[in-house]
Design a protein around this ligand. Structure first.
Ligand code: UDP
Ligand code: MG
Length: 310
């Protein structure tokens, strides 16, 4: 029988471990006719009793749960990565463990998978449960990443709640980069992708783990992992600077005004510096691309008439 693994990263969530297990297991019941189901909980170095709670649940629901204890807090991406490495499922579903991603959506995700999709992205309909600031910053983040994404198609208003087939999980696990951002690596791998919409609930208990600074850091990790485009923006700035410099040169020739001549000299050297930075930026970008060691392309399917064993 095929297996479904639900990945649940948790950091200081002692009050919702048991509720989470109960609700998810309840929603997995209807799937048990066709699948073996399990939850894989990851304790991301919690400072409270999350791990103890997980261990209790492990005994209580044996053999429905697997649990991972990370050696310290690595952050959500680290926790998801550990989950993906250990998940045994033919289908793997990543979801927040605070019940903001409603377990009832699991069924819809699996239905799409059964229609032949390898990735099913759950995207939120509205951001009602968010504060104004979160809505604003999320919008800004999506705008910037959209501009930089090039050939990558990033889904707006979609975080980590996604279903992945084994094929996709294996490809994700093969990626060697260390700044792995799930919402970027999944579209990078590609494959047949569907999107469904859902209403995001309020947190069941506790508070968000992200403050302004950790959110900005998280956003920067995401943006820099998409492409080297920000570095290429230095080129645009140097073009602008050279146009101004040429204008100043023309003005100083016509008017012989000292201020224009001074402006031209400053502009000339600034442009030189910017051009140098463009060159350095281009090489740095290439170093970044090479150091990520992402595959140049990924094969989804391959048919050939002379299919002799390779
Ligand atoms: N989380 C984690 N490690 C961290 C921070 C968060 O595993 O360092 C988990 C957290 O327990 C939750 C999920 O990531 O299950 C999403 O976190 P949170 O609800 O705080 O984020 P928000 O929904 O506010 O974006
Ligand atoms: Mg949350």
């Amino acid at each position: 029988m095929r297996r479904i693994t639900i990945i649940a990263p948790m950091y200081n969530e002692e009050n919702l471990v048991s509720e989470y297990c109960e609700r998810v297991l309840k929603n997995l019941k209807p799937l048990e006719i066709d699948y073996t189901t399990e939850i894989l909980m990851i304790n991301d170095g919690s400072k409270d009793r999350t791990w103890e709670k997980m261990s209790e649940m492990y005994e209580k629901y044996y053999p429905k749960l697997s649990i991972i204890n990370l050696s310290r807090n690595f952050g959500l991406e680290g926790a998801i990565n550990a989950g993906l490495e250990k998940a045994k499922g033919d289908i793997v579903i990543v979801m927040d463990a605070d019940l903001q991603d409603p377990p009832s959506v699991i069924l819809e995700l699996v239905k799409k998978y059964e229609k032949g999709y390898d990735v099913v992205v759950a995207k939120r309909k509205k951001r009602e449960s968010d504060t104004f600031f979160k809505k604003f910053s999320a919008n800004l983040y999506y705008k910037i990443s959209d501009k930089l994404s090039g050939k990558l198609k990033l889904e707006k208003n979609a975080a980590n709640f996604r279903l992945l087939s084994r094929k996709v999980v294996d490809e994700l696990n093969k990626l060697e980069e260390k700044n792995k951002v799930f919402r970027v690596t999944v579209p990078f791998v590609g494959m047949k992708t569907a999107v469904i919409e859902y209403n995001r609930d309020q947190r069941f208990s506790g508070k968000t783990k992200y403050n302004l600074f950790s959110m900005i850091r998280y956003a920067l990790d995401g943006i820099t992992s998409i492409s080297i485009e920000p570095l290429r923006k230095i080129f645009t700035i140097s073009i602008f600077s050279s146009i101004v410099t040429v204008l100043l040169l023309i003005l100083s020739i016509i008017s012989k005004e000292k201020l224009y001549i001074l402006g031209f000299i400053i502009g000339f050297f600034s442009t030189m510096i910017l051009v140098s930075l463009t060159i350095i930026g281009e090489y740095t970008g290439q170093i970044m691309i090479e150091s990520k060691r992402r595959p140049i392309s990924i094969i989804d399917d391959y048919k050939t008439p002379n299919n002799i064993e390779e």
